[in-house]
Write a protein that binds this ligand. Sequence first.
Ligand code: GLC
Length: 532
Amino acid sequence: MGAAGGDDDAPWWRKGVLYQIYPLSFADSNGDGYGDIRGIVEHLDHLQWLGVDGIWLSPITVSPNADWGYDVADYCAVQPEMGTLADLDVLVAAAAERGIKVLLDFVPNHTSEEHPWFVESRSALDSPKRDWYIWADPKPDGAPPNNWVSSFGGPAWKRDATTGQSYMFNHLSSQPDLNWWNDDVRATFDEIVRFWFDRGIAGFRIDVCNLIVKDKELRDNPDATEADGPEEQAFGQRMVYNGNRPEVHDVIRGWRAIADAYPEPRILIGETPVDDGEALARFYGDDDELNLAFNFPFITAEFAVGPLRTIVEEIEAHLPPGGWPAWTGSNHDMFRFASRWAGGDDRKIRAALVMLLTLRGTPVLFQGDEIGMVDVVVPHELMRDPLGVRYMPHYAGRDAGRTPMQWRDAPGAGFTDAGVTPWLPIGDAAARNVDAQRADPDSVLALTRDLIALRRATPDLHSGAYESLAGPETVWTFRRGAATVVVLNLSDDDATVDITGTVVFAPDRDRVGGALTAPVALRPWDALVLAT
Ligand code: GLC
């Protein structure tokens, strides 16, 4: 790849835009209030029109839904309420006809307690599957085997009556963690990976990728210190031994080797909630681990130049040669950027979309981002996320970002039939919906679509290098490739920048085509893409 210029031969997922579908809330084709695979098929035209290249589906595999699909009870079968394997084949084929690849969620850290492996494992000390999970004796006084705490709060161990031993879990106690030191576990997951890749699945998003391997000796985590972040303070310890182990990289390398061996290489995207760019870059290995790793500090950063630019520069500095960032503002755990970054303000939402779609890296939009969907306040009695149910009023859980897609202003919002109670309440579909925004050339949806098209048509944008440019404190100015410059005024104040060029994109459409000469005046939350 030319370091400065663009590269038309870059792989599809570098040049393209990915889109996360949360199937339960995308489209309900059979009127039961829950989204399903057929519903996705019925809305592929929207995704093609929007211009996305790949969709990542949150879990569609069999699950008792303690954690809405992230508690898997069968890795190679489709949840009956979502459809069948045949439906998934239809989706893959219909998506392919529209130039869209399908990626699945892959949850190798833990299973459901209802998975037959765990049922067998817990049945006896000498069960052939005993060592597939992490079992240990409680302390003589009955205390848990060590001090590990679960990411969802409380001890990471549960004593099991059948044998008196405890099993380990990093999330809900109904999600026992697998033992990745066991070779049969590894071999079985290799088969699962091949099962889906052979079916035409283009890649995986790997759930809690950084947690998979635990300390073999089950050592206690060190206590948090004042120097640690808020999460460590809240848990009282640093997650050194129940995740973030260096041995996880061998596991990822193994999957990457499988993915690369396909004639059309499959891709691996990690859920990698680590603190800094250096730790994140390690998940790319020597370009032999993840293809893309989600940047959580970016998602949680304040929507301001300083914090965001620092994070971008940091990952740019640490990525191995060939490494490629991923940029996302919303997902089913972290809520919606239209609320978090933009407080529902349309100018800020537009500026955020320009940022996400012009940085060097693969943008991953979450369903609804394209219309600026905001978080929805879900009352306690309607909550579905076990975390909200458990922790209200201290924590409202993750339902606010998981509410149904707003397709049109009608009962059911085009998500489900009129008269059907959707599994989660629907937000303000009159304020934001796909149909109305499609009819409006000045909508957020039109902006998203045009930006995706511009990115595709402009090698500088889809594969050119990133370089921060000097400018006022509240304005983020960066160059992409040889001749494209992006200017983002992330503030409520006017500003001026010393830049000269032709506007190729701006949320204020009447500016497009204009030739600008320094000094250029910017209004609050202005965003410009310039050819220089
Ligand atoms: C990941 C998923 C989240 C789930 C957790 C446990 O963080 O994104 O939704 O609750 O893993 O599986």
